[in-house]
Ligand binder design. Structure first.
Ligand SMILES: Cc1cc2nc3c(=O)[nH]c(=O)nc-3n(C[C@H](O)[C@H](O)[C@H](O)COP(=O)(O)O)c2cc1C
Length: 322
């Protein structure tokens, strides 16, 4: 492993989605210079909206998946140890890299590498075109590979989840501390290395069917005029059997694997997270039909314009070399 390779891997990790583009991760080359350690960065937590650090761990999981994909693009196999040291709670993962054995078949993860830079949250209205069954199947397998269950919601479940999301968005609107915290991550004027820039914000739904998060308050400021969204959005929930740090990190890996495959297939996505942020709406998100499980994140998928890129911190700020 060379400094260039570590920088390449950290840049890929840093391109992952994160709550409010907080980028709550740090990467460090291991002392022997052979592996990469991935830490959470508590100084980048979002404590009012995410008091348990659940979204923070999901974000780091997404970064880990990107590192694995980037390593695959270098022809390396990754050994991943999640939460390897109970004495170091900030250490989320230790990754080791191996040359594949001669004659072994290369994995397909390398093909996902270009999607890391091409993937952006698209907060625009999507068309009515359905995600093909074949692709839904592929996304379910991808989530399962990382330890999460992806469910594409049927119409009645979609309407129920949209109502819960709208309810959560209304409560957030009435919560001064949450509104202020969210607003503090929006960068309308000066360019910045984190947070959400004006170009990445989207309109709100004129018909109030798709409750997009209003990042700039209620009523919103500095965002495009409202627009008509797809009447029945295509929502995928990610569910895990447990609700601990490991499940959250695995959800992030599943989210990013699914989102990269979607990107390769010209499918766009944006997260609808509000209902997961309030304990009671989160509890009600559980589908009574499919049995127990914790809903960790909701991804709206569809065809439409790509989202704008959001900035990232420079690699020198997030990577420590030996
Ligand atoms: C745990 C989590 C929750 C998120 N919640 C929302 C949300 O409620 N609404 C939204 O529009 N984007 C949400 N996002 C997307 C982030 O805002 C986005 O990933 C970040 O701003 C970086 O932009 P990018 O995805 O275009 O790279 C969430 C992302 C994560 C990982």
């Amino acid at each position: 492993m060379t400094p260039d390779r570590f920088a390449f891997l950290a840049a890929a990790g840093g391109a992952a989605p994160s709550l409010h583009n907080s980028q709550p991760w740090r990467f460090r080359a291991s002392d022997d210079g052979l592996g990469l350690l991935v830490y959470r960065d508590p100084s980048r937590a979002i404590p009012v909206t995410d008091p348990m650090g659940r979204a923070l761990h999901v974000s780091i999981g997404a970064a880990l998946l990107n590192v694995r994909v980037a390593a695959a693009s270098l022809g390396l196999e990754t050994r991943l140890r999640l939460l390897p040291d109970p004495g170091q709670p900030d250490l989320i993962a230790a990754l080791g890299f191996d040359q594949p054995l001669p004659g072994s078949r290369p994995g397909s993860d390398a093909e996902l590498y270009p999607a890391i830079a091409a993937r952006h949250s698209s907060r625009q209205p999507f068309t009515n075109r359905d995600v093909p069954e074949r692709l839904v199947g592929e996304l379910m397998v991808a989530a399962d590979q990382e330890g999460a269950v992806l469910t594409m919601l049927e119409e009645s479940e979609t309407r129920r989840v949209l109502a819960l999301t709208a309810d959560a968005e209304r409560r957030t609107a009435a919560d001064v501390a949450r509104e202020a915290e969210t607003r503090s991550w929006v960068r309308l004027e000066a360019p910045a290395a984190d947070g959400i820039p004006a170009e990445a914000l989207g309109p709100l739904d004129r018909d109030a069917r798709v409750p997009m998060r209003s990042f700039t308050g209620h009523p919103p400021v500095g965002v495009p005029a409202s627009a008509r969204f797809e009447p029945l959005p295509q929502l995928a929930t990610f569910t895990t059997a447990h609700d601990d740090h490991s499940a959250w990190v695995r959800t992030g890996m599943a989210l990013e694997r699914v989102w990269l495959i979607a990107t390769v297939n010209d499918l766009r996505g944006s997260v609808l997270h509000q209902a997961v942020e309030w304990p009671d709406t989160r509890w009600q998100l559980r589908d009574p039909e499919t049995g127990p499980g914790y809903v960790q994140i909701i991804l709206r998928l569809g065809y439409g314009p790509p989202g704008a890129a959001s900035p990232r911190r420079p690699v020198t700020d997030i990577l420590q070399l030996p």
